[in-house]
Every structure is written in structure tokens, then in C-alpha cells.
Design a protein around this ligand. Sequence first.
Ligand SMILES: Cc1cc2nc3c(=O)[nH]c(=O)nc-3n(C[C@H](O)[C@H](O)[C@H](O)COP(=O)(O)O)c2cc1C
Length: 198
Amino acid sequence: VNETAPKMLIVLGSTRQNRQGEAVARWISERANARADARFELIDLRDWPLPFLQNPTPPALRRYDDTTQPWADKIGAADGFVFVTPEYNHGYPAVLKNALDHLYREWGYKPAAVVSYGVAGGGVRAGEQLRQVLIELRMVPVRDQVGVSLIGQAFDERGRARDERLERMALTMLDELVWWAATLRPARLLRSASSPAA
Ligand SMILES: Cc1cc2nc3c(=O)[nH]c(=O)nc-3n(C[C@H](O)[C@H](O)[C@H](O)COP(=O)(O)O)c2cc1C
């Protein structure tokens, strides 16, 4: 992949033991990594064990402590995101909200796609909740969303979704995401340092 292509992060939002999220993240990661027009990296919130938010100043001020700074650097260097979220009690996990709340400007003016999953309903309620929060962080959620229902084994032995529509939806979602990432990257550079969320 071209070194100048947008740098995207796939964020695995479940940290539970025996989590199903790894299979879902692996699936979308394989489709993403097949692309030549963007670079995708899978990151696992288990590797970013942030405490429940306790920083004394609002994230928008960027006075980060030593625990938060590496997370800010990681997110700040990215051009866009895929959030892989399970549905817990019709919402998305606290660990993912906490990771989002730690930062502000690093998320802004970057596109975000949502891959949700749940027992039967594709985790769409968690996905919808998450989108509301992404907007507040000035992210640009792409319209196309993939919802994986885990019941009856979502993926076959080759790692393909048994529901072929999911494969098509994933391709469309990634197309949209990468277009926005390439479009917004130069536009972010035009924002002046004095603007509210440059
Ligand atoms: C605390 C909790 C709440 C859950 N609530 C829902 C729910 O509201 N809707 C749903 O479809 N599945 C629900 N489930 C089932 C999860 O979608 C399923 O366990 C899935 O594997 C969770 O993702 P994970 O394994 O990556 O943690 C819940 C699971 C847990 C642990």
C-alpha cells in the first residue's frame, strides 16, 4: 500500500474474556487490509488500559497525563476509524466510551465507520448510540453500517460471513470510509490552529 494513503485504525471495543469481538474485528480487518487505497491497523483496547476518566482538565485543553498522551498520539496520527462494538444492554461498552472520552481534538474531522454485533439484532442499537457520540466528537460517521448477528455462527470456516449481504455492506462501508478519509485529510490541514477544534 502507498505510504501516503490514509492511515486508518480499526478499534476493537470489547475487552471481555472469551469475547466474540476478535472474530468480528478479524473479519473486517481482512477486508480492509485487502485495499490498496488505505492502510489499516487493528488496535485492541486491552492494549490501552486507560483508567476510568480521572484527568483534572477537560480533554479539549490537551493537558494530558503520561497515561493519556500515548493514546492521544495514536489517535491523533490516524485519518479515520472503524469502531467494532458489541451491544451490551442496547448500548455500547463502557470501555469504548471511556476511551473516546479521554480525547477530543484528536478525533475531530475524521470519518468513522461502525461495525456492530449482537446476538440477533446485529447490535444496531449500540451502533446508533455510538454514532451520536461520534458526532459530538466532531467525527464524520459514514452512513453505511454493518451489523453482525452472532446467532448460528456468523462466519464460515474460511472466515466469510454466512450472510452474503454483510460482505457487500462491508465493502460499501469501507469504500465510503476511505473516500471520506482521503477527502477530509487535506481539508483538516486548511483549518487554522486558532479554530475551536483544529
Ligand atoms: C453485559 C452484556 C449485555 C448484553 N446485552 C445484549 C444486548 O442488549 N443485545 C444483544 O444483542 N446482545 C447482548 N449481549 C450479548 C452480546 O452481544 C454477546 O455476548 C457478544 O458476544 C458480546 O460481545 P463480546 O463477546 O465481544 O464481548 C450482552 C452481553 C453482555 C455480556
